[in-house]
Design a protein around this ligand. Structure first.
Ligand SMILES: Nc1ncnc2c1ncn2[C@@H]1O[C@H](COP(=O)(O)OP(=O)(O)O)[C@@H](O)[C@H]1O
Ligand SMILES: [Mg+2]
Length: 362
């Protein structure tokens, strides 16, 4: 897998022109509020698919009053260096993100990027994961699956497209029953696959969390549970189809689909008794971060993938014990980390293989 040697920002967010060379292990970007720490992490996340970890519009990425941005980076894979350019392109009044690898824009170039880089990240708002709505938790689990299964997004898109199609058909006065049956068949196939992959993910996370717990002496044991009114273990396609058919009437009035993995939720039980949502903010934040480490461990040990970790503002709301647990954990992973924080001193006990960047006064 790859690491990022350097990144050059041109007319990107609050950076007119800025270059940073990175350490192959730990990189700590610190500075005052609004100095551009999250923006730097976001620029790294743009090397992956999509519009970065904040899913911003391309316009927002462009330095104010400019009309394009360019993020250039050098990545190293198996001792070879590659030049990656990510830039905006305006066509028909719409901005698109373009990626090039060694100045080549092609399907092969995107596949290379997809197979070479995998990101796991934490953003400050994720500390509210357990008190947010279920869609955030579904999205969290889905992102973890995507980090090891690059086809997962396609599966999700297909599933959602067919749900929309079914809803449209149900709004018609007279619809062709073969047509809706064919769509429901597609929904059941991808729906079951999504359920299966998510269940598998939860099980893996639970196992890895058990191991991490022993390693860190973290005082809580955590267990994720899949909550879904419709899904039972071993539900098969014919039962799924029967349910979809039974729900047609209700769904046509409701204007959506009442059953399926787009309605699932994921809960975390602490010490087999209380729900994670009852923990303090700092405890919940620690829990989310430990879960990301659990996925990281799985990627490295089982999938032969070395992810790049983007940890934004991980120290705020954490007491010294939890901060140490989380930062010490990074030492056990031979991968590249990017941390941000307002103070250098928060990371003072990380000294080996660590670069510090003060971006307050650039
Ligand atoms: N397109 C843009 N052009 C210029 N400045 C921007 C743009 N987008 C965001 N900014 C500025 O970037 C700063 C926020 O950067 P951010 O990385 O979120 O800061 P922090 O260091 O607190 O993480 C704000 O001051 C904001 O005004
Ligand atoms: Mg920030």
């Amino acid at each position: 897998m790859a690491k990022i040697n350097k990144i050059t920002l041109n007319r990107y967010r609050n950076f007119k022109s800025y270059e940073i060379a990175f350490n192959e292990k730990n990189n700590i970007i610190y500075g005052s509020n609004g100095s551009g720490k999250t923006n730097i992490l976001e620029s790294i996340s743009l090397l992956g698919k999509g519009r970065g970890f904040r899913n911003s519009s391309i316009e927002d990425l462009i330095y104010k009053n400019e009309n394009e941005f360019l993020v250039e980076s050098e990545i190293e894979k198996d001792f070879d260096n590659h030049n990656i350019k990510i830039y905006s392109k305006l066509t028909n009044n719409k901005y698109k993100k373009i990626s090039s690898v060694n100045n080549e824009v092609s399907k092969e170039a995107s596949v290379f990027l997809e197979q070479t880089l995998s990101f796991l990240y934490f953003l400050p708002e994720m500390e509210r994961l357990f008190v947010s709505s279920p869609s955030y938790r579904r999205n969290f689990i889905d992102k973890l699956i995507f980090s090891e299964n690059k086809n997962y997004n396609k599966l999700m898109n297909k599933y959602k497209k067919n749900l929309t199609e079914r809803n449209k058909i149900l709004q018609l006065n007279n619809f062709d029953s073969n047509w809706i049956s064919a769509i429901e068949n597609e929904i059941a196939i991808s729906g079951l696959e999504i359920y299966r992959l998510r269940n598998e993910k939860i099980e893996i996370l639970n196992n890895e969390l058990l191991n991490l717990n022993k390693l860190t002496f973290y005082p809580f044991s955590v267990k994720f549970e899949h909550k879904d009114i419709f899904y039972k273990n071993n539900i098969d396609k014919s039962e799924y189809l029967k349910n979809l058919k039974n729900f047609r009437n209700i769904d046509s009035q409701y204007g959506g689909t009442k059953i399926g993995p787009h309605k699932s939720d994921f809960l975390a039980k602490i010490n087999s008794e209380i729900s994670a949502s009852k923990l303090s903010t700092g405890q919940q934040k620690t829990l989310v971060l430990i879960t990301i480490y659990a996925q990281c461990k799985h990627l490295i040990n089982q999938k032969n993938i070395k992810p790049i970790l983007l940890f934004d503002e991980i120290c705020s709301h954490l007491d010294e014990t939890n901060r140490k647990i989380l930062l010490e954990l990074s030492k056990g992973f031979d991968i590249q980390f990017f941390f941000t924080g307002t103070e250098k001193s928060l990371f003072s006990f990380m000294s080996t293989n660590t670069n510090f960047y003060n971006i307050s006064n650039i």
